[in-house]
Design a protein around this ligand. Structure first.
Ligand SMILES: Cc1cc2nc3c(=O)[nH]c(=O)nc-3n(C[C@H](O)[C@H](O)[C@H](O)COP(=O)(O)OP(=O)(O)OC[C@H]3O[C@@H](n4cnc5c(N)ncnc54)[C@H](O)[C@@H]3O)c2cc1C
Length: 299
């Protein structure tokens, strides 16, 4: 039945899909077995209809942006992985950036800079989509999504479209992690600035990142959440765990908060390495590290 639905929608150019699709190439970690289906809606309407259909049929699904904060299981995903990347439109109206959920944060930040709009310099090298960034309240260099989001539209659990201005943002967290809402689009409030200053800030941020993070290696960014009393990368470094590895998964030599895939790392390697790190930090410092990256089990 799902096959028929997808084939019909594909023929109407509402979506594209692949069956038994390896997820590794859809994540920045380069890890993950095959999903039963990987579906890419071409329009917001197609996304909404697809989710309605999957909910009615009680078919399990998972929403994936750029896969830059995810660890899919080696056995893949039983159900449908929905990729939002084709919903990538955005436009600027005065000082407001209106962006669809699948728009690249890097592209949106670059467009804002070219329009002399300041506010998204912090986001200019976070490799996520707008939807993933809202869900995670992504942030860097002293800025977070919560500083710029004016409003967002999302699909709620009953299939209604809602528009909100209050998102219960906190560190790497948002309302969407509580209510399962699916971000459709958002409005970001920016302000005019001097183009040279905006571009200078962006290249400064990018350089800082390149100097301190393994940006050329496969990873999912910081593995553990920071708290007021705990900077995981600092503790991991002090504990001498840089370079610690399981299979091809290793604690980055450049930034102890990152686990990198040196080639053929599996999800099992990464999970086992995470456990080793957590055990050592608990033993040595009495601190419980909490994962920021999201592990998605097979079922
Ligand atoms: C090299 C590197 C550097 C990074 N640096 C930073 C950094 O500086 N700061 C930072 O905060 N993060 C950083 N990250 C992590 C990551 O880029 C962010 O968390 C980003 O916001 C994730 O966006 P995404 O589109 O890739 O989401 P995904 O990884 O695809 O998904 C993350 C979560 O968001 C949910 N989601 C995705 N789209 C939607 C939607 N439309 N509606 C509802 N839920 C959705 C998914 O279901 C999933 O639970 C980094 C990652 C890498 C690889």
């Amino acid at each position: 039945m799902l096959d028929d639905y997808l084939a019909e929608k594909r023929s109407l150019s509402h979506l594209t899909f692949r069956e038994n699709c390896p997820l590794a190439s859809y994540t920045t970690f380069g890890i993950g077995g095959a999903a039963d289906y990987l579906v890419m809606p071409e329009t917001e309407e197609a996304l909404i209809n697809l989710i309605g259909y999957l909910r009615r049929q009680e078919i399990r699904f998972f929403l994936c942006g750029n896969g830059s904060n995810l660890l899919f299981d080696d056995k893949g995903y039983r159900g449908v992985v929905i990729l939002t990347k084709k919903l990538r439109s955005f436009r600027i109206v005065d000082t407001v950036m209106e962006a669809a959920a699948g728009a690249s944060l890097i592209a949106v930040a670059a467009a804002a800079a070219h329009a002399s709009l300041s506010g998204l310099e912090f986001a200019s090298s976070i490799p996520g989509t707008v939807g993933g960034a809202l869900f995670m309240n992504a942030g860097a260099h002293g800025g977070e999504m919560k500083d710029v989001v004016l409003s967002s539209r999302y699909l709620d659990a009953e299939g209604r479209i809602r528009e909100i201005t209050e998102h219960s943002f906190s560190y790497r967290s948002s309302l969407f992690q509580e209510n399962g809402g699916i971000v459709l689009s958002c409005r970001l409030g920016l302000h005019y600035g001097r183009p040279d200053e905006i571009l200078c800030k962006i290249s400064e941020n990018r350089k800082k990142r390149e100097d301190t993070q393994p940006v050329k290696m496969k990873s999912a960014g910081s593995v553990f959440r920071r708290t007021e009393s705990c900077i995981p990368a600092k503790l991991i470094d002090e504990a001498g765990l840089k370079g610690l590895s399981v299979g091809d998964a290793a604690v980055s030599e450049k930034h102890a908060g990152f686990i990198v895939n040196r080639g053929n790392a599996t999800a099992a390697d990464v999970l086992s390495l995470i456990e080793k790190i957590r055990e050592r930090i608990l033993l040595q410092y009495g601190k419980e590290l909490v994962c920021e990256i999201r592990y998605i089990p097979e079922r």
